[in-house]
Design a binder for this molecule. Structure first.
Ligand SMILES: Nc1nc2c(c(=O)[nH]1)N[C@H]1C(S)=C(S)[C@@H](COP(=O)(O)OP(=O)(O)OC[C@H]3O[C@@H](n4cnc5c(=O)[nH]c(N)nc54)[C@H](O)[C@@H]3O)O[C@H]1N2
Ligand SMILES: Nc1nc2c(c(=O)[nH]1)N[C@H]1C(S)=C(S)[C@@H](COP(=O)(O)OP(=O)(O)OC[C@H]3O[C@@H](n4cnc5c(=O)[nH]c(N)nc54)[C@H](O)[C@@H]3O)O[C@H]1N2
Ligand code: SF4
Ligand SMILES: [Mo]
Length: 755
């Protein structure tokens, strides 16, 4: 059935000339990595070189604005080290810089021959397909994996601790994923008469102006603040937005669930929740009230280190606001017991009735298909039962089409429940970024007989492990579409640079997919594939690129109109038809049906003996504007903004350990250590420090024997363990203990090394 999409009128075609340059109106959605795909204008010269990128003022999503990574895109696209051709290497040369250039056909032939042999000998489940964060990959890699016949599609974080837990938790308890209403669903944005300005934005473990994460453009918060919204920030670090907030809740890392329970205690005991909404639409309120009854602000203060009165004030502001949003981020996923943490935070907007309403939390319209996966129907029933992690984690089985990475690592090491033979690693850097414990990850993956990497640049992972590497195109060098993912709009990516031998991820997956399973990939080329996907809009790809972005119809109060449930009844898509504050899904799986807080391990309270040795609480990976994870270290203007990996520490703590601004230190725990440059800041509590992740030096010696681009000195994930929470989701990326000492100081370890 066709739906009426709202399209944007443009005076000019998507490609036109201006002052001797060709201008292409497009969307910058990966590579390099980014979650958003802002509307941009790309300028190319007569030599087909990208010379400039500007924000597209006609695009309602970003309204002409850009961040520094798009400004530096020409340096990425024109970079001398960008992979230009497919290459292969003998397996015994893994880790050595001994590559041989091959043609695309030769590369495909080799991959298909090896993967088909694994399928014949050991079954399709013996090949695993890995991606990193959600850039323009999920749609294509899932179809490739499932149509090849393997259930082992992996998002290579421990505990899938990015976005997926928030989404899975919400879907299980309220049948949808809820996003803050910043008017992003309307092409006329803040002027749309249906939209209402949220009175309060509760920013929780998220730094939107830096990260623009999960389809949300950070400037929208600033836009709303300028229009009169108030903010509260929950973060261990006083961020730019925390400085502009009414209240700053400086939380001890990993205690988010406790804070949410404490705020619920205030809202319920002071009876400032939305009684009518709770009565009509929520299930299990009394049980929730009982659960939070002893979570007084005073008890919560002891756990979270946030003053009780600040907790009270925040809870009251949130409950009394006329329209409140929770703008939450990856810190909620990166705590081990992430599902109960997310459940407690969602209950804040649920019992205050800030759901499905203007200026509250909204459910994105189902737009074509979810970017979370495509083509699951090609996966045979028997193969589905073999998904790694399902046996250990029943919640995974029900909630996720993703296999558990933590269990995959064990499978790689033990060959149980069956041996893995091959891997397809596309847009992922497990050794330098995605995974904890890179040495263990390296040893585990190295047991595979054949590994393919698809990337823009050579990476530590590819250098150490790949047998074949395929060069992927940047967003300037390809066509594409972007649909769904909470951004509520359909975009096209329009090729601006024509030359080069790299190919888009979609083209690579289509071409190789056709060789594995032609029935699943019936299209001649990507344009045909896109047009087929766009059927529901009534637009072809070539028509859509002239009128994008396209907005699907949107309505508020869907639960009152029977628009959220598959049976057309009013209510929410859950067993009880209500928002389940007490989860019948968790209950059926013998998990605690109510939200709870569990003290993180390690921590000052759960492991006091470790705390004596490692007296600082450490959070890792707070994002930097110019760097996307392990990317951009070779891009001159971006590296100049952040030349070295930093650790941020309060001056009091630095004095205690005899450290000064700019000195090099080791950050160490019982598992390992990494080198960092010290940056002093009073934005942190003196008991807490924060450090960058994803570091390697592309300029350092490449080979494994020579240090793999400095990885073993730099990788902070050497301090982290593959260990998810009880659900199989969640992990400890942001909740560690460490000590910090000068690199020069003779320690047992360095003395040992000097011998
Ligand atoms: N300590 C610590 N570690 C963390 C985190 C943390 O907070 N702390 N955060 C974690 C999180 S949330 C995530 S999601 C992961 C991210 O982990 P990854 O997604 O693995 O990280 P990236 O470095 O962005 O990307 C990996 C590779 O993809 C390539 N690439 C970029 N765009 C494209 C593209 O369009 N196509 C192809 N084929 N390749 C492309 C890049 O060149 C890069 O080499 O890291 C995790 N690691
Ligand atoms: N520039 C840039 N943008 C990115 C990325 C990037 O690498 N660079 N990565 C992308 C990816 S994959 C993701 S997942 C998103 C993540 O986007 P965000 O969710 O914004 O992620 P972070 O910057 O990791 O963390 C946000 C804030 O959480 C705080 N924090 C740390 N520990 C805790 C804690 O225990 N509790 C609470 N409440 N807060 C804590 C940090 O200090 C930080 O200010 O960003 C995406 N956007
Ligand atoms: S968030 Fe920044 S890097 Fe990403 S598309 Fe928008 S401007 Fe480009
Ligand atoms: Mo992420």
């Amino acid at each position: 059935m066709e739906r009426e999409y709202l399209l944007v009128e443009h005076e000019k075609p998507y490609s036109y000339c201006e002052d001797g340059l060709t201008v292409t109106r497009t969307s910058a959605w990966s590579g390099p990595g980014c979650h958003l795909g802002c509307g941009v204008l790309m300028y190319t010269d007569e030599l087909d070189r990208l010379v400039k990128v500007e924000g597209d003022p006609e695009n309602p999503f970003n309204q002409g604005r850009l961040c520094v990574r798009c400004l530096a895109l020409p340096e990425v696209v024109n970079h001398a080290d960008k992979l230009a051709h497919p290459m292969k290497r003998a397996r015994e040369d893994r880790g050595k810089d001994k590559w041989e250039r091959i043609s695309w056909d030769a590369a495909y032939d080799l991959i298909v021959e090896r993967f088909n042999a694994f399928k014949a000998e050991s079954g399709p489940e013996s090949v695993t397909f890995w991606q990193g964060t959600g850039r323009d990959i999920s749609t294509w890699i899932t179809r490739l994996c499932w149509s090849y016949g393997s259930p082992n599609y992996v998002v290579a974080l421990s505990g899938t601790a990015c976005y997926a837990p928030r989404v899975a938790g919400c879907r299980m308890s309220s049948g949808a994923f809820w996003l803050g209403d910043f008017s992003q669903q309307f092409p006329d944005r803040y002027d749309n008469p249906q939209w209402k300005l949220p009175e309060l934005i509760l920013i929780w473990g998220n730094n939107p102006v830096i990260t623009n994460s999960d389809g949300m453009y950070g400037h929208w918060v600033v836009d709303c603040l300028k229009r009169g919204s108030k903010a509260i920030t929950v973060d261990p670090r006083r961020t730019w937005l925390a400085n502009r907030s009414e209240l700053f809740l400086q939380i001890r890392p990993g205690t988010d669930a406790a804070l949410a329970l404490g705020m619920l205690n205030v809202i319920i005991s002071e009876e400032i929740y939305d009684r009518e909404f709770v009565e009509y639409w929520c299930y299990g309120f009394d049980e929730l009230a009982e659960r939070v009854a002893d979570f007084t602000p005073e008890k919560t203060e002891q756990i979270t280190w946030i003053p009780a009165d600040t907790i009270r004030a925040a809870a009251r502001m949130f409950a009394k606001a006329d329209g409140a949003i929770v703008q939450w981020g990856v810190a909620v996923d990166m705590t081990k017991e992430t599902l109960p943490a997310g459940q407690a935070i969602s209950a804040l907007f649920e019992i205050t009735g800030n759901i499905d309403n203007p200026g509250g939390m909204i459910a994105p319209p189902s737009i074509l298909f979810s970017t979370g996966g495509w083509g699951h129907e090609f996966l045979e029933k028997d193969a589905r039962k073999k998904k790694i992690g399902d046996a250990e984690y029943p919640l995974y089985r029900g909630a996720m089409q993703i296999a558990s990475t933590d269990e995959c690592i064990k499978t790689l090491e033990t060959d149980r429940p069956y041996p893995l033979k091959g891997a397809w690693l596309q847009a992922v850097n497990p050794l330098a970024c995605t995974g904890p414990d890179p040495k263990r990850t390296l040893a585990a993956l190295n047991r595979l007989e054949f590994i393919v990497c698809v990337d823009l640049f050579m990476t530590p992972t590819a250098m150490a492990l790949a047998d074949v590497i395929l060069p992927a195109a940047t967003c300037a060098e390809r066509d594409g579409i972007r649909l769904g993912d909470g951004t509520q709009r359909g975009e096209t990516i329009n090729r601006a640079v024509q030359g080069g031998d790299c190919r888009s991820d979609m083209q690579i997956n289509l071409e190789i997919g056709k060789r594995f399973n032609p029935e699943a990939w019936p299209w001649e080329n990507v344009e045909e594939m896109y047009t087929d996907i766009l059927r529901e809009t009534g637009l072809t790809f070539s028509a859509m690129r002239e009128q994008a972005p396209a907005y699907p119809p949107f309505e508020y109060h869907k639960h009152e109109k029977g628009l959220l449930r598959s049976d057309g009844q009013v209510g929410f898509q859950t067993r009880t038809g209500r928002i389940e504050l007490y989860s019948t899904v968790y209950q059926a799986l013998e998990q605690d049906p109510l939200p709870y807080f569990e003290e993180p391990v390690p921590s000052p309270y759960s492991t006091p003996e470790l705390y004596e040795q490692y007296p600082l609480v450490l959070t890792t990976g707070a994002r930097q504007l110019g760097l996307f994870h392990s990317e951009h270290r070779q891009i001159p203007h971006l590296r100049a903004l952040h030349p070295e990996p930093l650790i941020y520490l309060h001056p009091e703590a630095a004095t205690r350990y005899g450290l000064t601004e700019g000195c090099w230190v080791w950050v160490e725990n019982e598992k390992g250590r990494a080198k960092r440059k010290l940056s002093l800041t009073n934005a942190l509590d003196p008991r807490v420090c924060s450090t960058d992740h994803g570091w390697w030096y592309p300029e350092a010696p490449a080979e494994l024997d020579e240090g793999l681009y400095g990885l073993w000195d730099l990788a902070i994930n050497q301090l982290i363990t593959w260990q998810p929470g009880k659900s199989g989701m969640g992990s400890n990326y942001k909740t560690l203990l460490c000590k910090v000492y000068p690199v020069e100081a003779p320690t047992a370890q360095t003395k040992g090394e000097q011998k």
